[in-house]
Design a protein around this ligand. Sequence first.
Ligand SMILES: NC(=O)CC[C@H](N)C(=O)O
Length: 433
Amino acid sequence: MFTRQAISTLRLVRLSRGLATHANSGLAVPASLHLKTGQTFKGTSFGAPRSVFGETVFSTSITSYTESMTDPSYRGQILVFTTPLIGNYGVPHNVAPFDSQDVGVVLESQGIQCAAVVVGDVAEKFSHYTAVESIASWCKRHNVPGITGVDTRAITTLLRDQGTTLGRVAVGTDALLPPPAAEEYWDPSLENLVDQISTKQVYELNPTGSVKIAMLDFGAKANILRSLVRRDAAVTVFPWNYDFNKVRDQFDGLFLSNGPGDPKQCMEAALNLRRTIAEWNKPIFGICMGNQIIGMAAGLDSYRMTFGNRGHNQPVLALASSGSIKAGRVYVTSQNHQYALKLQEPFPEGWEPFFINCNDSSVEGIKSTDASGKQVWGVQFHPESAGGPLDTIEMFTDFVSHCKAQKVANYQPADVKPQVGLETEAPRVAATA
Ligand SMILES: NC(=O)CC[C@H](N)C(=O)O
């Protein structure tokens, strides 16, 4: 008779043999998802054969696993897809076509941003005219582990009940060892993830655009940049903590991007913005983290939700009309957030809630009610989608139009410099998102 210890030693030996030959033999390598709350889900590994810690979250999106996985807001997170079959349309080549006047990538950033992925059934075969590789080979190239063959429905139910939970994807021999002790789990929300991902250098896209917009980069998704550039904006991208007040006279509008982690880690940006809002009269628009920064600048508090909202089917009700948005209408939106602004009573003076979530009544956006007509709004959802519905995409058109109107209003003939011999350049891109 073997003792329990002998059996597990035997399993480890067999497994390490399996690991050694895995690449050629197709042997399944074990993987486990451990949650800090004590539960373990056993499956098999795909992608990079390494173990990682992270914050375990779920997304109800049915498509766009490539866009979600490259969204910098997922940094530090173990992403559980509730859709059972993931990978069936493969992964495209992530370099934008030369002539597209795009932002360099097809997906949402250069590489995979989430710490790991958890799927019910990873597709080994894929088919799509843009696909160049499988999700497994893509994950492997980016050193990101995946686990498949687990009950994602059970994991999601658990996360809904107990909330977003710290976790570990353990791969290979690690998967057979006991789970980590509670104090070993890494908590990404204690770090300033924005500082890790934000641009370190100022750069400009589409410099000949007809309106100049500054973007504070908290971990911007590429489709936000595309959505501005395609509306003929010149976009100058600054690090998240750059004090925009130093250069604000050179711009027609300010944009605050999405980004990972707890917005309170970026209080410095909110304090700079408070001054901008008080002293500058031009349009300001923020998405997700950007909305939270605007809210904190306005005097609202942010809080951590139980399991956040991640998916492409989140209904929001507009409480106010503005541009393309009509009060009383419900818009279906793309979302990826763990934090939200508090619905404080009374709301800070000069501000009103703009949208409210139809499922959980959380604040989905705020807007300025400044009597001077100052245009400042933030939305908790993602109008740029990628993936998700385009119900609110025209908010970008509204923003760029307001910036253009400001430019015209502030036009002074003295600004005009004679451009002898120069022909006017034709508008560059008219495509909509
Ligand atoms: N997508 C985002 O910008 C997310 C904002 C913030 N990190 C949150 O989780 O709430």
